[in-house]
Design a protein around this ligand. Structure first.
Ligand SMILES: Nc1ncnc2c1ncn2[C@@H]1O[C@H](COP(=O)(O)OP(=O)(O)O)[C@@H](O)[C@H]1O
Ligand SMILES: CC(=O)N[C@@H](CCC(=O)OP(=O)(O)O)C(=O)O
Length: 306
């Protein structure tokens, strides 16, 4: 077979650029081989099939580079749609869904069923081997009930300071055996944020909280929280590129961060204080944002370090 060896300058330059990008990745490949990255994929970022495909390719590429990716997914908007279709009302307090028994059943069905398997299937199509599980599998996540502080507005009206969120849980104890086993077998765990209580009850766990607790339990090098904003924004919508736990406490106090961003950043603080090297809030809508963050010198999103 004959090959045309005529090359234009533009072609040669484009080949050089590609080679340079690969060389730029070399120190990062060396640094991260054998490390564990926990990646939380939010429900908002999940809507677009092209982005889901890109995300799955990124995860498979990490695995091929010798990194152990552990995926924890959300699905808040999808649970909301299912509850609406079933005529069940849903309410959030400080970014957490008030969860009665029926809501917990719907959350488990949507998270551990449809969404989990869809993500497994995207990773399989990208050439990876994914195993879909929830915190119930292998006794991974023993949950305890969360007590939420009342939102500021209620506090000011002199109402009770604690709101009962029902079956909203947070990880109390994590047994990483099933994750370690799956990773060691060359596969990628895909985890739905559902836990089991001491009496066998089902707990709905915020996916960010679940990812942070798993990152802490695994002693992960990185926790990536992929969402639908460029990172943490200040009141003028400018990106805050680096935050410490003290900065985050101030942003929560002055109301700069609200809704789902509250548990997200609480999670980051918990994870970095428990030994995770750094957490990154990243825009899941930007194709391959995670790869660019990991393998190039150009940071993206908001980096949180203790
Ligand atoms: N200061 C802030 N910077 C960025 N996003 C914020 C901020 N405060 C609140 N948010 C909200 O947090 C949302 C991300 O959290 P969440 O809805 O739980 O996303 P996900 O489903 O991806 O986990 C953003 O879409 C935004 O509306
Ligand atoms: C207790 C609680 O709020 N659980 C969340 C679990 C899903 C989730 O966290 O999904 P996102 O990451 O897409 O928001 C919920 O019911 O919506």
């Amino acid at each position: 077979m004959a090959t045309n060896i005529d090359q234009t300058d533009a072609y040669r330059q484009s080949m050089l650029d590609k080679a340079e990008t690969l060389i730029e990745a070399l120190p990062y490949l060396q640094r991260y081989a054998g490390r564990t990255f926990v990646v939380k994929y939010g429900g908002h970022a999940m809507g677009d099939p092209e982005l889901a495909e890109d995300f799955a390719q990124d995860i498979v590429l990490l695995k091929a580079c010798g990194i152990n990716p552990v995926v924890v997914h959300g699905g808040g908007p999808q649970i909301g749609r299912m509850l609406k279709a079933l005529g069940i009302e849903s309410q959030f307090v400080n970014g957490l869904r008030v969860t009665d028994k029926q809501t917990a059943e719907v959350a488990e069905m949507v998270l551990a069923g449809a969404i989990n398997k869809e993500l497994v299937s995207w990773i399989s199509r990208a050439g990876g081997k994914a195993i879909g599980i929830s915190g119930k599998d292998g006794g991974m996540v023993l949950a305890r009930k969360v007590q939420s502080k009342a939102p500021k507005a209620i506090e000011e009206e002199g109402e009770p300071l604690v709101v009962d969120l029902g079956f909203v849980g947070e990880p109390d104890r994590i047994d990483t055996t099933v994750i370690d086993t799956v990773c060691a077998a060359g596969m990628i765990p895909v985890i739905a944020p559902i836990g089991v209580g001491p009496d066998g009850e089902t707990y709905n766990i915020n996916a960010d909280t679940m990812a942070g607790a798993i990152a802490a339990a695994l002693g992960a090098s990185r926790l990536f929280l992929l969402t639908d904003v460029p990172g943490v924004l200040d009141k003028d919508k400018n990106l805050l590129t680096d935050l410490s736990p003290a900065d985050i406490a101030m942003l929560a106090e002055d109301g700069t961060i609200q809704g789902g961003m509250i548990p997200k950043l609480e999670t980051c603080v918990h994870a970095v204080e428990a030994g995770c090297e750094a957490a990154v809030v990243l825009d899941g809508r930007v194709p391959h944002a995670m790869l660019l963050e990991i393998f190039t010198s150009r940071g993206a999103g908001t980096l949180i370090r203790a």
